[in-house]
Design a protein around this ligand. Structure first.
Ligand SMILES: Cc1cc2nc3c(=O)[nH]c(=O)nc-3n(C[C@H](O)[C@H](O)[C@H](O)COP(=O)(O)O)c2cc1C
Length: 323
């Protein structure tokens, strides 16, 4: 059973990939999408999205990272995929799920699902451009506005040479509205012989089990669920109880510090607010912490608030015991 950390633009950056793969349970990562238009991108763009290229495209704990490309031009998609591979990308993942208006208007992301032959052409072009030992994988939604082309989409991914297919079980128009329709993943899986990876709305170990049953997929990709519960992949693989928020002090401290080193203090401030908000779905304490920092702008102040928050919580139970 494989678990992938989902690509999430503006959320899953190299810092998150590093910290989360150190927690464990994750088998592969995918970068945020690299937008390909009509040019061959310079090296620095690939290094920016995937600094792991300096480490043979693996996180510090040894988990492989795919570079994700988003675009529709057959020539430049091939050229950029070739370049990413040359720079050492473990593999290339192709994004056919992005719902963003500007991306779709410019013929990219989920808009391509309206015409599965375009998916086939793009996957084929990238497959031809990348050395055979590097996997080319495909990530899709169930369709653009309806689910009538799911089987054609799955076949297009396979026939184009996709090594595996990840399916986010919603259409573009369904955006992120629950529920995810896992049973459609099974229909797509029945069409193809390549592995299919189920994705969408796996928030708990129970969701994971249910998703595996309904989709009949062994392998899954976790996005927001992992951000809310950073050891979700580990819980799925090893069992055991969920850890308490108190135990995430080091994670949050490292998250702030590494985000600052990766970009700057403003970036770290924004990301820390985002992360505590995402974790609030699982932890009430994280909601409280978010409330305590949401209006703050200074890195130092937020860092102090985070440390105070955990210290108070460590001291409180002792005081309660004494009284
Ligand atoms: C903020 C955000 C950014 C995302 N960025 C990407 C992206 O860059 N590439 C991609 O293929 N999917 C992207 N996705 C979709 C996720 O990879 C995933 O398919 C979706 O969130 C459903 O999985 P989940 O319910 O486990 O979060 C993004 C989703 C979110 C919420």
């Amino acid at each position: 059973m494989k678990i992938l950390l989902a690509p999430m633009e503006g959320v899953v950056d190299p810092v998150v990939r590093d910290l989360f793969t150190r927690i464990g349970g994750i088998d592969y990562c995918v970068t945020e999408f690299v937008r390909v238009t009509s040019t061959l991108l310079p090296k620095k763009v690939f290094y920016k999205y995937c600094p792991e290229l300096h480490n043979k495209s693996h996180t510090s704990s040894g988990v492989p990272v795919f570079v994700q490309l988003l675009g529709s031009d057959l020539i430049t998609m091939g050229e950029n995929a070739h370049k990413a591979a040359e720079l050492g990308a473990y593999g290339i993942d192709l994004n056919f799920g992005c719902p963003a208006k500007t991306v779709n208007r410019h013929d990219g992301g989920a808009a391509l699902l309206k015409n599965p032959d375009r998916v086939f052409q793009i996957v084929s072009s990238v497959r031809r451009a990348v050395p055979q030992n590097k996997p080319v994988t495909v990530k899709v939604r169930l369709g653009y506005s309806d689910k009538t082309l799911t089987q054609e989409i799955a076949l297009a991914a396979q026939e184009g040479g996709g090594h595996w297919l990840t399916v986010h079980a919603r259409t573009k128009e369904e955006a992120y509205r629950p529920p995810a329709h896992w049973h459609y993943i099974k229909e797509m899986k029945d069409q193809v012989s390549i592995p299919v990876i189920a994705n969408g709305d796996i928030w708990t170990t129970t969701d994971h089990k249910r998703c595996q049953e309904v989709s009949e997929c062994e392998d899954t990709m976790l996005g927001r669920g992992l951000m809310a519960t950073p050891d979700l992949a580990l819980q799925i693989k090893k069992g055991g109880p969920a850890v308490e928020f108190q135990q995430w002090r080091t994670l949050l401290t490292n998250f702030m510090e590494e985000s600052r080193q990766y970009r700057n203090e403003t970036y770290a401030v924004q990301r820390t607010k985002q992360f505590t908000k995402l974790m609030a779905r699982t932890y009430d304490e994280s909601a409280q912490l978010f409330e305590a920092i949401k209006r703050e702008k200074q890195y130092e102040t937020i860092n102090n608030r985070v440390q105070d928050f955990f210290c108070k919580r460590e001291i409180l139970p002792r005081e309660e015991r004494i009284s």
